[in-house]
Write a protein that binds this ligand. Structure first.
Ligand code: BTN
Length: 276
C-alpha cells in the first residue's frame, strides 16, 4: 500500500462512512482551492483533501497561511442545503479544539475559531461558502493545525505567535492522527449545528479565551472597530459595546489588541495600513 492509500485508510477507519472520497497531495497550492473546484463540479458532502504542504495556503481576512511540512492542511466539503450554517465556523473550532485535546493539548478558542495555547496560534480555520436560491450550495472548511511544525520554517516575524502540538508536549501526534480526530469530531458537531445549535454555542463558550469585558480591536478588512467584548450571540456573532453604550453585532473580523483596562472604547472605524 502506498503512503497516500495508508493515510486514507487510517483516516477513514476513524471518520467512518462519512468519508466518500479523500484525496492526498504531497504538495498543492491550497487544499481549499482544490476542493472548491471539486464542489463546483458536484463532489459529494464529506469529500476531503489533505496535503503535506501548501504553496499557496490561504488564511482568513485575505492573509497567507504559511504551510511548510509538519502542519495539517485539510479541507472538507459540506452541503448543508437549507440547514443553518452561521454556527458552522464555531462548530468547526470546537471540533478542532476537541481533536487536539485528544493529544493532551488544551486549546482555547478566539472568535470565530482560532485555536490558541497561551495566546499562541495552534490552528486556524477558513470557512468559505457558495449560496444558491435554495440555500447554501456548499461549504468548504479549510483547517490548518500546527502539528510538528519547525518554527524555523516560518518567517521570523511569525515565530513568536505560533505554537504546535509537538511544542506543547504532544510529541506522538501525527498529521494523520490529528486529521482523523478532527474529521470524527467535526461529524459530531455538524450534526449538533442542525439538531442542537444551543449546544454548539455553549461548547464554544466553554472553550473561549476569557476576554469578556476586555477592550478589543476588531479588524474588518481595512477598518478597525474598538469596543468592550460582550460575548457571542445565539447565531455565533460577536457582540461588542461601543463607548456610547451601543452594541454592535459582528459576523466577521479579527479580534486583537486585548487590554484588560484602558481608555473608554471609541468607534474609530478608520483604516490602518496593516498588511493582511
Ligand atoms: C486562519 O487565517 O486562521 C485560517 C487558516 C486556514 C488554513 C487552512 S490550511 C488548509 C486550508 N487550505 C488553505 O489554503 N487554507 C486552509
Amino acid at each position: 500500500m502506498d503512503r497516500a492509500a495508508a493515510l486514507v485508510e487510517a483516516i477513514a477507519s476513524r471518520a467512518g462512512p462519512r468519508l466518500p472520497e479523500l484525496e492526498w497531495h504531497e504538495a498543492i497550492g491550497s487544499t481549499s482551492d482544490r476542493l472548491k473546484d471539486l464542489a463546483r463540479s458536484g463532489a459529494p458532502e464529506w469529500t476531503a483533501i489533505l496535503a503535506e504542504r501548501q504553496t499557496g495556503g490561504r488564511g482568513r481576512e485575505g492573509r497567507t497561511w504559511q504551510s511548510p511540512p509538519g502542519g495539517l492542511y485539510l479541507s472538507v466539503l459540506l452541503r448543508p442545503g437549507a440547514g443553518p450554517v452561521s454556527l458552522l465556523p464555531l462548530a468547526t473550532g470546537v471540533a478542532v479544539a476537541e481533536a487536539v485535546a485528544e493529544f493532551g493539548v488544551a486549546g482555547e478558542l478566539k472568535w470565530p475559531n482560532d485555536v490558541l495555547v497561551s495566546g499562541r496560534k495552534l490552528a486556524g480555520i477558513l470557512a468559505e461558502a457558495s449560496s444558491a436560491s435554495a440555500g447554501v450550495e456548499w461549504v468548504v472548511l479549510g483547517i490548518g493545525v500546527n502539528v510538528a511544525l519547525d518554527p524555523g520554517s516560518l518567517p521570523a516575524e511569525l515565530r513568536a505567535g505560533v505554537t504546535s502540538l509537538h511544542a506543547e508536549g504532544a510529541r506522538e501526534a501525527s498529521t494523520v492522527g490529528v486529521a482523523a480526530a478532527v474529521l470524527a469530531r467535526l461529524g459530531v458537531w455538524y450534526d449538533a449545528v442542525r439538531e442542537a445549535p444551543s449546544r454548539v454555542v455553549a461548547a464554544w463558550r466553554e472553550r473561549a479565551v476569557p476576554w469578556w469585558g476586555s477592550l478589543v480591536d476588531v479588524r474588518m478588512g481595512g477598518a478597525v472597530l474598538c469596543g468592550r467584548l460582550v460575548g457571542i450571540d445565539d447565531d455565533g456573532a460577536l457582540v461588542i459595546e461601543l463607548s456610547d453604550g451601543a452594541r454592535r453585532r459582528l459576523v466577521s473580523g479579527e479580534v486583537s489588541s486585548v487590554r484588560a483596562s484602558g481608555p473608554e472604547p471609541e468607534d474609530r472605524s478608520r483604516h490602518r495600513g496593516e498588511r493582511a
